[in-house]
Design a protein around this ligand. Structure first.
Ligand code: 4GS
Length: 222
């Protein structure tokens, strides 16, 4: 998969994507990731990317010209162009699976108060939000999406099963897990897990997953 990112803060992307599983996916060529500075598509001396909103109001907007030029120069025939903003549809594991099916993504990070609406109308195939909160710019949301999508690409995780048997794969939260020691600071591992009775263990895990989901995320059960 090829992922291009358009951002005002390319420096933010060094670090998180140079470690661990994403690092290996890049090294083995399963992920071809390229970070681009939106200011490279400005033409004025100050490399201006923002302007005031018509009609007034606080803050600045990303002006359309640099984004149009950048997207038009970076996108190819099959590229999916995705804006990141709190106004987008909510990113979740199902959306991650959907994005992992594409060969070519272009993530456009939001900054300031957001995009000129014509960017959304004319350029975007999709508009995604990583959640109902506000971060200072779209770099972290872009990295969250890159990370979640990369680990779903075939061949990226050593054990393909490990991306299946996890929270959200069954629509429930994960059941509680324990490792050694069997007793730690007076806290004991539930007997059933050490019983060797696999049917009973399955039953316990399923009950626990359901109870935890009811308590923490009742919305998932609706
Ligand atoms: C998100 C979010 C976000 C909104 C960017 C205010 C700077 C900021 N982007 N999911 N301007 N949540 N963007 O908070 O994607």
């Amino acid at each position: 998969m090829k992922i291009d990112v358009l951002t005002l803060f390319p420096g933010m992307f060094s670090g998180p994507l140079d470690e661990s599983i994403v690092k290996r996916a890049r090294a083995t060529g399963l992920l071809d990731l390229n970070i681009h500075n939106l200011r490279d598509w400005t033409h004025d001396r100050h490399r201006t990317v923002d302007d005031r909103p018509f009609g007034g109001g606080p803050g600045m907007l990303l002006k359309p010209e640099p984004i149009f030029e950048a997207v038009e120069s970076l996108r190819r025939e099959k590229t999916r162009v995705i804006l990141l903003s709190p106004a987008g549809r909510k990113f979740d594991q199902a959306v991650a699976r959907e994005l992992a099916q594409h060969d070519d993504l272009l993530l456009v990070s939001g900054s300031y108060e957001g995009f000129d609406e014509r960017v959304r109308e004319a350029l975007a195939d999709d508009d995604l939000s990583i959640g109902d909160f506000v971060v200072t710019n779209g770099a972290l949301p872009a990295m969250v999406i890159i990370d979640a999508v990369t680990r779903l690409l075939p061949g990226v995780l050593g054990d393909d099963a490990s991306s299946q048997d996890e929270s959200f794969s069954h629509g429930l939260l994960e059941y509680p897990q324990y490792t050694r020691p069997a007793e730690f600071r007076g806290m004991k591992v539930p007997e059933v897990l050490m019983s060797g009775n696999h049917a009973e263990i399955e039953k316990w895990r399923s009950q626990q997953a359901k109870a935890r989901t009811e308590k923490q995320r009742p919305d998932l059960l609706k």
